[in-house]
Design a binder for this molecule. Structure first.
Ligand code: ZN
Length: 71
């Protein structure tokens, strides 16, 4: 085995690395999304962009069940 040269990965830009969008649109009637939006805003407020991205990803992936409708 030859020693493999390690290369630096290119700089990561804050453009949608999660596929769901960092500005995912929450469903208006979704309590979970409402809470996640607050989390995202709080995270951004403390410059916790990773936390904001996670919250946004959860919004993007959320199935948005309607309030008051349970299966
Ligand atoms: Zn939702």
């Amino acid at each position: 085995m030859t020693e493999r040269q390690r290369t630096l990965t290119p700089p990561v830009h804050l453009t949608d690395p999660y596929g769901g969008g960092l500005d995912a649109t929450p469903a208006a009637d979704c309590d979970v999304c409402t809470a996640l939006v607050k989390q995202r805003d709080d995270a951004r407020g403390r410059q916790d962009y990773a936390g904001a991205a996670i919250a946004s990803t959860e919004i993007a992936r959320h199935p948005h069940k309607q309030r008051g409708r349970t299966t």
